[in-house]
Design a protein around this ligand. Sequence first.
Ligand code: SF4
Length: 254
Amino acid sequence: MSKTKSKKITLGTKEWADSNVNCYSGCSNNCKYCYAKKMAIRFNRKTEETWRDMEPNHKAISKGYAKRKGRIMFPTSHDITNESLFHCLMLLKKLIDARNEVLITSKPRLNCIKMICNNFLKKKDLIQFRFTITSKENELLSFWEPGAPLVEERIQSLKYAYEVGYKTSISIEPFLDEDPFELVEKLVPYVTESIWIGKMNYVWAKNFDQNNKKFYENIQEITSKENLKRSVKVAENYTQSNIRIKDSIYNFLK
Ligand code: SF4
């Protein structure tokens, strides 16, 4: 296990890349813990109802992209879905043609990942996939990430990218199972880079239905100091050297 220590504490996506690129506003995955959604609503760009409607940002799609310093993460405030795939491919082509190193993050849909893999096969060294797989249980995924694919499709996407020779990594953030290491074990054979574990930092719990109380109570237990400490300890003694704990967990435990 490698602890991500640095003099300057970095949070969120800054831990992973030097800059971000996005080309849609809104995200049909509509995750209940989404920070981008929270910000979009706070600054009146979206409402709780309209967040799931994905609107293309034509300026971001049509402009040119030069070579940037450091790695670019794409996307960070929406996903690559069937609806956004065409524009995402256009944008990715510009980033990659400019020889940028790109970290592609997604709650992956198999057909989208196949398209990306097939389109950029010759330049695959510039790409690393970071697939978000937060639980092995579809009940939890369907509650917290209602518009995102089920676990089987995410794992199939991971296997596909791995088998055609791409660099693959995983984000288990926020981890939704009490013990995230059962999921880690399933994913490890298909991961060439790191597996990141992070906690839920923000919960969209406004006016939640009492029938869903168990999910909110459960996440409180999962993000309790006791459970986080236990997870850090398991990670430290883990046989796999590519397990990383996000700074948000270390900061919370300070
Ligand atoms: S996939 Fe990311 S951007 Fe989309 S709703 Fe979920 S957390 Fe937000």
